[in-house]
Design a binder for this molecule. Structure first.
Ligand code: TYD
Length: 207
């Protein structure tokens, strides 16, 4: 990959990712880095259109495979249009969700074979793998309630708690399988404590 730094952020819905991403970006910009902030599914004109199809409550009949391929399609566009060019010009990319979301939600959550998720996404990633991934570890019950209180719900968030538990446990397994890349962040703490932890890891990487 290019000369930049590629950071991704993962967690179940409402795990506090957005707050921490804002703090990360502020910190890095204060240190003089050029930061590109993006999110999945979305982040480009085409990817946002795909996002609208996936999250539309009217599309509740969407098959798991269709969904998985649409996430990968949105990702392919984001990688080629935003992530790769930014890394090649030496910038820091922070992406709110990336391929681990597909393993956790489509693989562990919906039960699609992980090897199928991997092979479809191999094409989408085109070699772009994060340098570091933060998994914000908080129980889905607490996380989901926080999120619903703050913003209401969308189609995926109304799935049953068992689905969210499968996703959550999936993330933990993915983290165990990728200890060199994924940092598990205990998110049952204050915003300040979590941020200190995250920034500590980023500093270590920048040195
Ligand atoms: P969003 O409203 O962006 O949620 P969040 O703020 O929690 O990231 O919706 C994204 C939803 O899409 C979220 O429920 C997770 C899901 N998702 C997948 O199922 N697979 C994927 O590959 C990605 C990127 C997201």
């Amino acid at each position: 990959m290019g000369r930049g730094l590629f950071i991704t952020v993962e967690g179940t819905d409402g795990s506090g990712k957005t707050t921490q991403i804002g703090l990360m970006k502020d910190y890095l910009e204060r240190k003089g880095y050029s930061v590109v902030l993006t999110r999945e599914p979305g982040g480009t004109y085409i990817s946002e259109k795909i996002r609208a199809i996936i999250l539309d409550p009217a599309n509740s009949r969407m098959s798991a495979i269709t969904e998985m391929i649409l996430y990968a399609a949105a990702r392919a566009q984001l990688v080629s249009e935003v992530i790769k060019p930014a890394l090649e010009s030496g910038r820091i990319v922070i992406c709110d969700r990336f391929v681990d979301s597909s393993y956790a939600y489509q693989g562990f959550g919906r039960g699609i074979d992980l090897e199928v998720v991997e092979s479809v996404n191999k094409a989408a990633l085109d070699g772009a793998m994060p340098d570091i991934t933060f998994f914000f570890d908080i129980s889905p019950e607490i996380a989901l309630n926080r999120r619903i209180e703050a913003t209401g719900t969308d189609r995926i968030e109304r799935e049953d708690m068992e689905f969210h538990m499968r996703v959550y446990n999936g993330y933990k397994q993915i983290a165990l399988l990728n200890p060199e890349r994924i940092r598990v962040i205990d998110s049952n703490r204050t915003v300040e404590e979590i941020s200190k932890d995250v920034i500590g890891w980023i500093d270590r990487l920048l040195k």
